[in-house]
Design a protein around this ligand. Structure first.
Ligand code: MN
Length: 705
């Protein structure tokens, strides 16, 4: 085990001003807490946190990160508490340790590829500070390096997890070396045969061609020397896993695979990168389409480099990457470069990616300038803060927008589950359906047959999917009501002509009117898309007499010859009421009831007023009045309302729900009436009904002309 002074020496190498006492204290505390615990290999447990800390010193990370590594398993596995860690080492470190603990506690049981991206997002979402992920990655790296002591099934599970989640995460953070090592360690467990065969082929190749890496490295060095360019040249064989992936991707055998070697030229200046490129292209033939200039166009994680592939003497292709020392550091440590220290101060690598920008590029939330400065200030992150990630009981991740409730979750699984939801358990505990879900919670939905969505659910859910499904279900429920309503309307209308609204009569009418079924006809009747009198006329044309009443064209007296009028929708005047005509530019004459409030603003414009009167004779029932009716929510009430209106020989031309409360419905019913007496008769009949709480005319100034 690395002893504490050795660890401090590793930190001092890059950070002479390190707080050695605090590291000593953390080391002693961690060792004491893990006392008596052992790893499967038999070593004392504390060797693990120390090794994790040592890995992080290779990234030149700050004291807080190193100390977090030493303590990363204490809150989870020992009697140490958040409070104690905070008291001894400060809030910052306690929060970091707590963050690592939360990630450790995630049950990554399902690591199918389609879930992996969600898991990676969940990691980011749960880490308020990127250093939490850095520690977690180093933790996983050490566990993978020592995986041999685990049970075989456990090895395989950890290796898959690492391949699917941790390695890509390291890549996303820009830590290429970490990504490659994690991949290779996993590959060794997942597919040892493939890995061994690739290694064997390397050995064979080397026997045939000699030490190619050494030869090419020397060739490049010689060319650079001739041009007097000062640069370091490195060559390496690519990792077995990345070769395997290429073979899989391109469906090629190893012998046909070209660029199994990679070379790097590290220059002193950016200008030299381009000089080196020129030298290499002059000496070897460049492979078209393989040239990339990430110096003039860096990747979003800060990666800068020139990539080119050239073919050598034997036609073998080799890839060359050209970059400066600073670019190289960023390429290796990625986002971590932001926290790294050099000579005791936070390194000022001009190429280190600004974590804020990096995050923005991941979350596509770049435009928010406020976020931006906030990030810079605290170097904290709120990844995917517009999302929450929850788990199904089987461990699958369900991603939802922030503020989502168990109902949103239920509908995101399946409409049927949402519709029949009666309750929810979050982390095993019953919660109300309006509970806002949090990251990492596991959700179980309780369902019951016969449960229907409630109108109040619309106020609870936040997802469009849930809203649409609830509305649809409520509409279907409405349809049932409309069918009932339609049946009442049909009954009354048929009775008027001395007939019965039998199933046969309704089916005949439906067929005549090209409607799918009698039920469809009733639904349309109930929702006032059809008039009951039209249905009757379809079946018994001879029984419905045309009325001799005055039609609306002749109903108003006082207009000039050929002048037409419209009824104002704000007050909906009916024959028998005192009215006045107002001229509107482009709309002609509009008649208002004399007590209509919208006349107030016209008081001074007397030139627009026209004295008008209703014809006194019998009118046709064609004056629509909107009634605002509040009824108790009991089965059958709506049907009785329609019957009552029908009994007054009034036609319902529209009906809509304005408000649904558990106890009361408020609805607007448009009724076609003859005159003011007819209106009063209808309102009186409705008021007499005990389930009607209130009836009044629906007057709405928003509808004024
Ligand atoms: Mn650990």
């Amino acid at each position: 085990m690395i002893d504490v002074e050795d660890l401090i020496a590793l930190v001092r190498n890059y950070n002479p001003k390190t707080n050695a006492d605090l590291i000593r204290e953390a080391y002693a505390y961690g060792r004491e807490m893990h006392e008596g615990q052992f790893r499967r290999s038999g070593e004392p447990y504390f060797t693990h946190p120390v090794a994790v800390a040592a890995i992080l010193t290779e990234q030149s990370l700050d004291d807080a990160t190193i100390i977090t590594a030493l303590l990363h398993d204490t809150i989870e596995d020992t009697r140490a508490s958040y409070q104690e860690v905070a008291r001894k080492f400060g809030e910052e470190i306690a929060e970091l340790v707590d963050g690592v603990t939360k990630l450790t506690n995630l049950q990554l049981s399902s690591t199918e590829t389609k879930q992996a991206e969600n898991f990676r997002k969940l990691f980011m979402a749960m880490s308020k500070d990127l250093r939490v992920i850095l520690v977690k990655l180093a933790d996983r790296l050490h566990n993978m390096r020592t995986i041999k002591s685990m049970r075989p099934e456990k090895q395989l599970q950890k290796a898959r997890e690492t391949m699917d989640i941790y390695a890509p995460l390291a890549g996303r953070m820009g830590m290429q070396w970490m990504r490659e090592e994690l991949e290779d360690l996993s590959f060794r467990v997942i597919n040892p045969e493939a890995r061994n065969s690739i290694i064997r082929r390397f050995i064979t190749l080397q026997r045939e061609t000699g030490d190619v890496i050494h030869k090419i490295t020397n060739d490049i060095r010689a060319e650079l020397e001739r041009e007097d360019i000062d640069a370091d040249v490195f060559g390496r064989a690519k990792k077995p896993y990345s070769i395997w992936r290429k073979m899989e991707e391109k469906q090629q055998s190893f012998s046909r695979l070209s660029d199994i070697y990679g070379f790097r030229v590290i220059t002193r200046s950016e200008m030299d990168c381009y000089r080196v490129l020129g030298v290499i292209h002059q000496r070897w033939r460049a492979v078209p389409t393989r040239f990339k200039d990430y110096i003039s166009q860096p990747k979003s994680n800060g990666y800068r480099s020139i990539h080119t592939t050239v073919s050598g003497r034997d036609g073998k292709r080799v890839e060359v990457q050209i970059r400066t020392r600073q670019m190289h550091e960023v390429a290796e440590s990625g986002v971590a470069a932001h926290w790294s220290y050099r000579d005791g101060v936070r390194a000022q690598n001009p190429f280190a990616v600004d974590p804020a920008k990096w995050l923005a590029s991941l979350t596509e939330r770049f435009e928010n300038a406020e976020d931006h400065s906030e990030f810079l200030e605290h170097v904290k992150l709120e990844m995917y803060s517009d999302k929450v990630f929850t788990f199904t009981p089987k461990g699958e991740v369900v991603s939802l927008p922030k503020g989502a409730t168990p109902l949103d979750y239920a509908y995101s699984i399946h409409t049927r589950i949402g519709d029949s939801c009666v309750g929810a358990k979050v982390d095993g505990i019953r919660v109300p359906l309006w509970t806002r879900l949090k990251n990492g919670q596991s959700v179980e939905i309780l369902t019951a047959e016969g449960q229907r969505p409630q109108g109040t659910w619309l106020d609870i859910v936040v997802t469009g999917r849930a809203k649409a499904a609830i509305r649809k279900s409520l509409r279907e429920e409405d349809r049932e009501r409309f069918v009932k309503l339609g049946r009442e309307l049909a009954r009354v209308a048929f009775e008027h002509v001395g007939k019965k609204a039998s199933e046969k009569a309704l089916a005949t009418a439906a067929k005549q009117m090209s409607l799918g079924s009698a039920e469809e006809l009733l639904a349309r009747l109930g929702s006032a898309e059809l008039a009951a009198s039209d249905v009757v006329r379809t079946v018994y044309p001879e029984l419905v007499r045309e009325s001799s009443a005055i039609d609306s064209k002749r109903a108003v007296l006082g207009l000039s010859e050929g002048e037409s009028y419209n009824r104002a929708q704000c007050c909906q005047p009916v024959p028998g009421e005192r009215i006045v005509g107002i001229t509107y530019r482009g709309k002609g004459v509009v008649i208002h009831a004399i007590d209509c409030p919208s006349l107030e603003e016209l008081e001074t414009e007397t030139n627009r007023w026209i004295d008008l009167q209703w014809h006194s004779g019998p009118h046709a029932p064609e004056y629509t009045v909107s009634l605002d009716i509040t009824i108790s929510n009991d089965t059958g009430v709506l049907g009785r309302i329609c019957t009552l209106i029908g009994e007054q020989k009034a036609n319902i031309s529209d009906l809509r729900f304005e408000d649904r409360k558990p106890d009361f419905y408020r609805l607007i019913v448009d009724v076609d009436l003859r005159d003011v007496e007819h209106l009063h008769a209808v309102m009186l009949a409705l008021e007499a009904e005990s389930d009607v709480a209130r009836v009044r005319r629906y007057r709405n100034l928003d509808r004024r002309p």
